[in-house]
Design a binder for this molecule. Structure first.
Ligand SMILES: O=C(O)C(=O)C[C@H](O)[C@H](O)COP(=O)(O)O
Length: 202
């Protein structure tokens, strides 16, 4: 699966922070049951890599690593079996390493220079981060105009309420958000309901 296909799998990519590895499987099961199969586990906690390994055993889940900021973290994410990799921004060393590894890669961009650096590397699928703080939908519309071949996953400040307007903009293939995976021990029925609502956005 390439990054475009991953982005088109579901309208929302849950951005997940795992504090306790024991939460990983029930959380993934609930999200997948609600229709959200693409799961981004941020490398922000010591439990993240173990969580990625564990979640991969959940049928239907497509598990990737988020908050990957350099080639060393990329290697750790790949070692854990990450099926895709998301970064908050784009550096040339990380971009080149991800391309060399052949892993579907979704780097963060927030301005035209970021996009141009990505295009130079051969990348045209981007996370728009931090989506709301960087100017919201008007900013993405202005940025996307000169780069017709690019597609985006806005993340940062997206909610069930504002997601529909983002998703209605053609270059937006999906959005990322933490609202579908609240912190703490997963309450499976609640998370499945949040996931189903998010799945229904498209
Ligand atoms: O961890 C990363 O690599 C990030 O890029 C940050 C997260 O994607 C956003 O912080 C999620 O934003 P919220 O949905 O507003 O909570």
């Amino acid at each position: 699966m390439n990054i475009d296909a991953i982005m088109r799998t579901a309208p929302v990519i849950p951005v997940i922070v795992i504090e306790d590895e024991a939460h990983a499987v029930p959380l993934a099961e609930a999200l997948v049951a609600g229709g959200l199969r693409v799961l981004e586990v941020t490398l922000r906690t010591p439990a993240a890599l173990g969580a990625i390994r564990a979640m991969k055993q959940v049928e239907g889940a497509i598990v990737g690593a988020g908050t990957v900021t350099n080639p060393r973290e990329l290697d750790a994410a790949l070692e854990a079996g990450s099926e895709f990799v998301v970064s908050p921004g784009l550096t040339e060393p990380l971009g080149k390493a991800a391309i060399a590894a052949g892993v579907p890669f979704l780097p963060g961009i927030a301005n035209a220079g970021d996009i141009m650096r990505g295009l130079d590397l051969g990348l045209d699928r981007f996370k728009f981060f931090p989506a709301m703080a960087a100017g919201g939908l008007p900013a993405l519309k202005a940025l996307a105009a000169p780069f017709g071949q690019c597609r985006f996953c806005p993340t940062g400040g997206i909610s069930l309420e504002n997601a529909p307007e983002w998703l209605a903009f053609d270059p937006v293939l999906c959005v990322g958000g933490s609202w579908v995976s609240p912190k703490g021990a997963p309450d499976k029925p609640v998370i499945e309901k949040l996931a189903r609502e998010a799945f229904g956005l498209r």
